[in-house]
Design a protein around this ligand. Sequence first.
Ligand SMILES: [Zn+2]
Length: 286
Amino acid sequence: MLRVSLKTLLGIALVVLSMADAYQSNAQTRYLPKANFQTYSQSSESNLPGAGGLHLTPGEDRPANQKSTSYAPGEPTLNGALVRWEAKKMPLKIWIAPGLKLPECPFSEIQETRVEQVYGMLKAPAADPFAGLQTAFSWTPDLNYIVANGIEQWRRFQNEGLVSFVFTEDPRNAQILIFYTDGFSDSSSPGGTHVAGITSAQVYPFDLAQQVNIAQKPVVIELLLDGNSERLQAQSAHEFGHALGIKAHSPYRDDLMYVDRIVPQLSPGDVATFRYLYKQKPQYVL
Ligand SMILES: [Zn+2]
């Protein structure tokens, strides 16, 4: 058998992903019926025709008799490959920061840096791995309950035996860590759009993960605080959907995993998609 060093194997296999979601600034929301999220995966932004502002995508509506049609949850940058957690890693442990924000980082570099940055902090011998971090300006303790409420949207699947998760007070014990931000630098576009959330993760080929014991790297979620708690709860639920493995966005505007709307709860289509994902053998694992 070809002997390849673990480092080489991981170097080959490691894939870093992140999904970013944006929304129009408040000023414009006033005359829009619903605050719009404009989502752009790390590649789509630069491909938008007519640079200089993001275009609101109307999104599709399902026919009345097909309300629970699922959509493709796979990772767009991996040809739609299915990504999910293995049962052996459950219950997933989630840590919500007490208002902490990660160091300022150009938006375009978040994907490449966040997971390793947070992993480095967790591995450092300090008693509190995040002692040096600042608190987001408009954070208040009640916001952590709003974020948790968003995450609880996915609890129904625990009852179905598909996924299980708990909240932990110890970030070193967590697989999914949630931080806040006052704003993502260099992320706004002339159209007045801002990024509202981003989820960064590393994934590994399923087959490789069966052969070697890979160190678990954290999934890092960052949520914008802009005083809109309704949007924060919906955004939290949306980003947690990415953290669970729904990597692509739904084309249907009524879905929580749609690109640019506040959708407060899972739709029948989101539910069908999640069940499909967790009943398939994945190509990649978190
Ligand atoms: Zn998204």
